[in-house]
Design a protein around this ligand. Structure first.
Ligand code: INI
Length: 185
């Protein structure tokens, strides 16, 4: 396990016990949750293991494969438009994006990365849907392979963990909001 990984540092429950603050913590429970995964076919030798990592992680955390919809798109550049349509359908609690952009000899890499990542971020904010970044951007093929299940973990799995947490966080926040409304009313 990577000691720098933020998922390992679950200090929140002791904070909650010791202090009086209201704390919302997303539990890592994927049951009763609908996920969409948008995966780019480009560099499939990397995106396939990332997709497998994401699906395995959801199932390991109590999710049901029947609640996972996988959408294949040509490349990372096409990921945002698929996310927009999925998010607007309001059928999914979270969307996980999976792609691999590997630097080449031209500046094409920069355009694909920038547009994919800024597009995803914009759609997530506009639709209030957690859209998680499982698009890896690397200088070399070796770095991409390392991040898809070898030395540096599996970024698809990491994105799935973040998706599970964010669904619970969003549920926690809307639960708090309802409570406040009732008190005020
Ligand atoms: N798409 C990727 O997902 N990764 C890449 O590394 C990549 N490079 O380097 O070209 C890439 N290009 C394709 C792009 O995403 C679009 O599918 C294509 O331009 C058609 O719009």
């Amino acid at each position: 396990m990577n000691p720098l990984c933020y998922h390992n540092d679950r200090w929140e429950s002791s904070f909650n016990r010791e202090r009086m603050a209201n704390v919302i913590v997303g539990k890592l429970n994927a049951s009763n949750t609908k996920f969409a995964i948008v995966v780019a076919r480009f560099n499939s030798f990397v995106t396939k293991p990332l997709l497998e990592g994401a699906v395995d992680t959801i199932v390991q955390h109590g999710g049901d494969e029947k609640d996972i919809t996988v959408v294949h798109v040509p490349g990372s550049f096409e990921i945002p438009i698929a996310c927009k349509s999925l998010a607007e359908s309001k059928k999914y609690d979270a969307i996980i994006t999976i792609g691999a952009v590997i630097r080449g000899d031209t500046d094409h890499y920069d355009y694909v990365c920038q547009n994919a990542i800024s597009g995803i971020s914009q759609i997530s904010l506009e639709t209030s849907t957690p859209i998680l970044l499982g698009i890896i951007t690397t200088n070399t093929i070796e770095q991409a392979i390392e991040r898809s299940g070898s030395k540096a973990g599996n970024k698809g799995s990491d994105a799935a963990i973040a998706a599970i947490e964010m669904v619970q966080v969003m549920r926690g926040i809307s639960g708090e909001a309802n409570k406040l409304k009732k008190v005020a009313g």
